[in-house]
Write a protein that binds this ligand. Structure first.
Ligand code: GLU
Length: 299
């Protein structure tokens, strides 16, 4: 699949680890409005790479919820579980350029390093075994980009994250590899998602450069948190969206994103709310913040 270079393409890429909650709705809505307001295509990609974490029916539930919210996507849904060969091909290409190495460090060892891998296995002559992870060799350099909401963001790849995993020890493909391969394959020009993924972006840019891919524009919206300051997520028991409250959620999401919806829009049907929001979308109004707390009816 290739995109005309002058065309805008965005995507929403939920992991079907549970139902959508208010936090995931924010990413979906903001990405949708940002793309539709520029006449672009909005794609849907199911990031279903970890079957053990995906309750049966969750992916279908997400599609139904998006339909209730009048967030209609273009084309067929892409399922990452159907794309394993593409990730393998990218991995083989990187290995062919001597950009990967096997790593058998234990999870405890990596955890003790505080999240930044020290590239221990890079200089060891480890031969890959069935239980080795595969890591990408990162250059010792700064990676910077201009986020459309958060401004300039920069990270030293070696000191800020260290060589990272492309294929996990259990054989599953890592999110970072799959997301980069699919953003390229789907011709994505504009990624808009939650601030929690801002610091993944330098890794994704490094991978794009290693694979000779286009770099999309990035925008990261604030993440909704509960009263304890935790990101709304399934782990923190965020409330699943209720199918009959779509209008309330959409209105509150527009408020969260500071889009200044008129009060009478609160009770309008979702299609009407979305029809108002597309031409009125203003990314400059989205707060340049990492997190914003939301009230307990959403968390
Ligand atoms: N699947 C990721 C999530 O649900 C989003 C990935 C992305 O937007 O790059 O958090």
């Amino acid at each position: 699949m290739t995109a005309a270079s002058d065309h805008i393409i965005g995507r929403f890429a939920p992991s079907p680890s549970g139902a959508l909650h208010f936090g995931s709705l924010l990413a979906a809505l903001a990405s949708f409005l940002d793309i539709r307001s520029r006449g672009g295509q909005w794609l849907l990609r199911m990031e279903d790479l970890d079957p053990a974490r995906e309750p049966a029916g969750a992916a279908d539930q997400i599609l139904l919820t998006l339909e209730d919210l009048a967030l209609t996507w273009d084309g067929p849904v892409l399922y990452q579980s159907q794309r394993l060969h593409a990730y393998e091909t990218a991995l083989t290409e990187l290995t062919g350029h001597d950009l990967t190495y096997p790593c058998d460090c234990s999870r405890q060892r990596v955890r003790a390093l505080g999240g930044v891998y020290d590239n221990f296995c890079r200089s060891r002559d480890t031969s890959p075994t069935g239980s080795s992870a595969i890591r990408l060799k990162l250059p010792d350099q700064e990676c910077a980009f201009d986020d459309r909401i958060q401004g300039r963001y920069s990270q030293n790849l070696r000191h800020g994250c260290g060589d990272f995993v492309l294929r996990r020890r259990d054989g599953l493909m890592a999110y970072q590899l799959a997301v980069v391969v699919d953003d390229e394959w789907q011709g994505v020009t504009d990624v808009l998602r939650g601030h929690d993924l801002l610091d993944s972006t330098p890794r994704q840019i490094a991978l794009q450069q290693a694979l000779g891919y286009q770099q999309p524009a990035y925008a990261h919206i604030p993440v909704a948190t509960n009263h304890r300051g935790q990101k709304l997520s399934k782990q923190h028991f965020a409330r699943p969206l209720q199918r009959d409250s779509a209008s309330t959620y959409l209105f509150e999401a527009l408020m969260f994103l500071r889009q200044q919806p008129p009060a009478e829009l609160r009770r309008a049907p979702p299609a009407e709310q979305v029809a108002w929001a597309i031409p009125n979308w203003d990314i400059q109004r989205v707060p340049k913040l990492a997190t914003i707390p939301v009230n307990s009816s959403f968390s």
